[in-house]
Ligand binder design. Structure first.
Ligand SMILES: Nc1nc2c(ncn2[C@@H]2O[C@H](COP(=O)(O)OP(=O)(O)O)[C@@H](O)[C@H]2O)c(=O)[nH]1
Ligand SMILES: [Mg+2]
Length: 225
């Protein structure tokens, strides 16, 4: 859920990278961080949990978008994929504006991909977020390796109805294309909700104006003849 910070005049959005362990989430974030202008990005922060690390950093988009005089800032998180870390994952997914699901394309990882995918959807639901109503990108990673599944088959397995990205996170291939797709979706959704709330406000104001007691007609003094 976008967070509006009046002190720094910023709108913050949270994008969470999910997927099976070893699929390439951290590699995505490390690549993005390396490629961003140091003046536009925050630090890469790694939060140690009991068994794994969650890494996060935030950045301001290079082509800065202003919304009603507020700058947009995106916070990127990569969550641990292990089943035992469901609690950490669930708390990182709270308030997510979008998800990038990084799948490992190897045929032998299909079971783990599916487990992570179900887990991610359950964690979103536990946070009252509908995965079908927020931008949810599919990135099929490790396309450079032999034995990668066909993208059409992966699309079918996940029931994908949006474009999926064939990536190689170590070389950075399609890493920004994936990120651009979700940030674009997040901004479009935010603009739409802003426009809807403006329309709603205008309707409420119009209704209030209609319901307000009309001022007494002015008493017109008729000059005595
Ligand atoms: N060959 C290949 N290896 C990758 C790719 N992306 C990530 N890796 C490697 O896979 C391993 C796990 O990646 P990591 O980003 O730590 O996975 P995470 O657990 O999802 O965060 C690391 O050794 C990465 O270097 C890729 O596209 N191709
Ligand atoms: Mg990782």
């Amino acid at each position: 859920m976008a967070l509006v910070r009046h002190d720094s005049r910023e709108v913050q959005f949270k994008i969470v990278y999910c997927g099976p362990p070893g699929g390439g989430k951290t590699t995505n974030l490390q690549y993005i961080h390396r490629r961003l202008d140091p003046g536009l990005r925050g630090d890469l922060v790694s939060i140690a949990t009991e068994r794994d690390r969650t890494i996060c950093f935030d950045f301001l988009p290079v082509h800065e978008t202003e919304i009603a005089g507020y700058r947009t800032r995106f916070q990127l998180y990569a969550v641990p994929g292990q089943r035992l870390l469901a609690e950490t994952r669930r708390s990182v997914l709270a308030g997510a504006d979008a998800v990038v699901f990084v799948a490992d394309s190897a045929a032998g990882r299909l079971g783990e991909n599916l487990e992570a995918w179900h887990g991610c959807r359950e964690d979103l639901a536990a946070n009252h977020l509908d995965p079908d109503r927020i931008p949810f990108a599919y990135q099929y990673n490790k396309r450079d390796q032999v034995g990668a599944m066909r993208p059409e088959d992966l699309d079918e397995v996940f029931g994908v109805r949006v474009p999926s990205f064939l990536a190689c996170a170590v070389s950075g291939y399609q890493v920004f294309a994936t990120l651009d797709w979700v940030t674009g979706g997040v901004l479009a959704g935010f603009h739409a909700s802003l426009a809807a709330s403006k329309r709603c406000k205008t309707r409420v104001e119009a209704r209030e104006a209609e319901a307000a007691p009309r001022s007494n007609p002015r008493v017109v003094e008729v000059p005595a003849l």
